[in-house]
Design a protein around this ligand. Structure first.
Ligand code: PGA
Length: 239
């Protein structure tokens, strides 16, 4: 894995945005695999600025997001669909009908996961997948476990993730306990992957990911199987 260590969050966000912009310039009809969470917000801001400056064009772009809480309505301000609209889609010239997020309202979540897996295969694979990393090493909602899932699936959130995400909800008990998420195989199907990490809270997870072992207690370590992964982090996230 290639590692880019940046001075701070600002620089990290700029480097990540440049890499995504290069993919968009090489193929204006590209497929972007996108992530939610606080980490990529700065990168999305830069992409919005570049779009407004006429440097990048989203009109032909398709996006596939990693995951969504379950159950959650798309207009709930904590849903990942809402997050993507607020942090990127509402501010760029993208055709929202070509932006995909797993269906947090699906009557049959297993069926919705199978349909999402098929959709990613049909529109994809993603030309680039953007990832954050959990403090526990998760990617998407692939939480540490004895065995990791290959394809898009319904999963329970670990206590650690519920606690980490409680800051966005009125209380910890409001955090949904399930999610629909791409599996490790879905993520690895992307042609190129960037994973962003900032702050000391991510340092242990980043270290485990970079240790060169496939360790299911750090799902991000599975990225070692991919030939084109760039880790973009700030100094605090590296120990
Ligand atoms: P964060 O989440 O960007 O809000 O830290 C990252 C993740 O859990 O994947």
């Amino acid at each position: 894995m290639k590692t880019i260590i940046c001075k701070n969050y600002e620089e990290m966000s700029a480097r990540a945005a440049e890499i995504v912009a290069d993919v968009m310039k090489a193929d204006p009809a590209c497929v972007l695999g996108l992530a939610t969470g606080s980490t990529p917000v700065g990168m999305y801001k830069k992409l919005i600025d570049m779009n407004k400056a006429g440097e990048i064009d989203f009109s032909k772009v398709t996006t596939v997001n990693l995951d969504e809480y379950y159950p959650i309505a798309p207009d709930n301000d904590q849903s990942y669909r809402y997050f993507m609209n607020e942090n990127l889609f509402n501010h760029v010239n993208i055709d929202k009908t070509k932006t995909y997020v797993p269906d947090g309202m699906a009557a049959d979540p297993d069926e919705a996961c199978a349909a999402y897996e098929a959709l990613v295969k049909k529109v994809g694979p993603a030309d680039i997948q953007v990832l954050g990393i959990g403090q526990n090493g998760h990617i998407g909602f692939n939480e540490p476990a004895d065995a990791l899932e290959v394809a898009t699936h319904v999963t329970g959130l670990t206590e650690s993730t519920i606690k980490a995400n409680a800051r966005f909800f009125a209380s910890e008990s409001d955090v949904p306990t399930k999610a629909l998420t791409m599996g490790i195989g879905t993520i690895l199907s992307a042609k190129k992957i960037i994973i962003l990490a900032n702050g000391a809270a991510k340092a242990e997870a980043v270290k485990k990911m970079l240790a060169g072992k496939l360790d299911t207690s750090c799902p991000a370590s599975m990225l070692n199987l991919h030939a084109d992964v760039t880790v973009i982090c700030d100094e605090a996230a590296v120990i």
